[in-house]
Design a protein around this ligand. Structure first.
Ligand code: ASP
Length: 333
């Protein structure tokens, strides 16, 4: 039976055109339908235009809308390809992994570094890979780019120009296309653990902070005064933070006592945090922070937004961060 795949367009470079104001999304799915059908093999493609946004303009409410749209149509298609700008695609892929637990079909995000209108673009190749993955029958949220497919919650944009723009962080690629065709590593794709439920609530009271030498602890108090409920810190190396000249960690402890959830990861792209090694990490743990381990910053931030959208109970929050929901994290024994 012919597989029916829905292409949902949200914008990005793939559908961009050069205007006087600069490169911006302008093509609709009907403008690119002919090209997409050239790479769709024997699948039947249907098109939907949801937004036409440079992904720098994507906000959390857009994630909720994308998730609700997918939830509504998921029984009508064998798979969905979501065309998205590359700049924030890893954030969207991570958040959809939390908002669409146990989805029954493949949802594959893709985009490109050059517009479909450009004859040397990577757009067709990426769409070919995404459509192929969407029709391969493995449910879940994926990101396809440069002939590689990764779990959505492990993807990160690591290069701004290269066609090889995304890496799968701390987790192997789940599929690759080579001259032997597409090889999917089924054992790397998390199985469904229950029935699907749309869970698209989130908290927008979450802040992300990158540690740097000279950071002043007063910034923490300001966040509290501004009403933030969650803070994700990209700390140094294995997750260290200062406690000498400015006792940043002591100030964090006060924040946590006041009800803020603080999640600590690392600004290193690879290998994740290990807060138990150094004093600069152990002190942070003792002050009550949660650890992000090997999550990408995109997954850590969106998981925090998602968890705080579901509960404000400190024990439940801690429980969510002690488990992996969709293979976004490996928690050491
Ligand atoms: N600025 C674009 C976007 O993220 C970049 C791209 O799609 O490659 O929408």
């Amino acid at each position: 039976m012919t597989k029916k795949i829905l292409i949902i367009n949200t914008g990005g470079t793939l559908s961009s055109v050069m205007e006087d104001s600069g490169l911006c999304p302008g093509l609709k799915t009907e403008d690119i339908a002919k090209e997409l059908r050239m790479v769709s093999g024997d699948t039947d493609l249907e098109m939907m235009d949801l937004f036409s946004l440079d992904s720098a303009n994507i906000f959390p409410e857009d994630w909720a809308k994308i998730a609700a749209t997918i939830a509504n149509v998921r029984d009508d298609y064998s798979g969905i390809v979501l065309i998205h700008g590359t700049d924030t695609m890893a954030y969207t892929a991570s958040m959809l992994s939390f908002m669409l637990p146990n989805i029954n079909i493949p949802v594959v995000l893709t985009g490109s570094q050059l517009s479909m209108a450009n004859p040397v673009a990577d757009a067709m190749e990426n769409c070919r890979c995404a459509i192929h993955m969407a029709s391969a029958g493995y449910p879940g949220i994926f990101l396809a780019f440069n002939r590689k497919v990764m779990l959505g919650c492990r993807a990160s944009k690591t290069r701004s120009l290269s066609f090889d723009a995304f890496d799968s962080i701390n987790y192997p690629y789940v599929a690759r296309i080579s001259s032997l065709g597409m090889k999917v590593q089924k054992d790397l794709i998390p199985g469904r653990r229950g029935t699907f439920h749309l869970c698209n609530q989130y908290s927008d009271k979450v802040f992300m902070l990158k540690m740097f030498p000279g950071i002043h602890r007063s910034v923490l108090k300001s966040l509290q005064e501004m009403g933030y409920k969650g803070l994700y810190i990209e700390a140094y190396g294995m997750g260290g933070m200062p406690f000498l000249k400015h006792d940043f960690i002591a100030e964090l402890g006060k924040l946590i006592e006041g009800g803020m959830t603080v999640l600590v990861g690392t600004q290193c792209k690879y290998d994740g945090s290990s807060l138990r090694i150094y004093e600069t990490g152990r002190r942070a743990l003792a002050s009550g922070v949660l650890e992000a381990y090997d999550m990408t910053s995109e997954a850590a931030l969106t998981k925090l937004m998602w968890v705080l959208g579901r509960t404000s109970d400190q024990r439940e929050i801690r429980d969510y961060f002690s488990v992996s929901l969709c293979n976004e994290v490996s928690i050491p024994e």
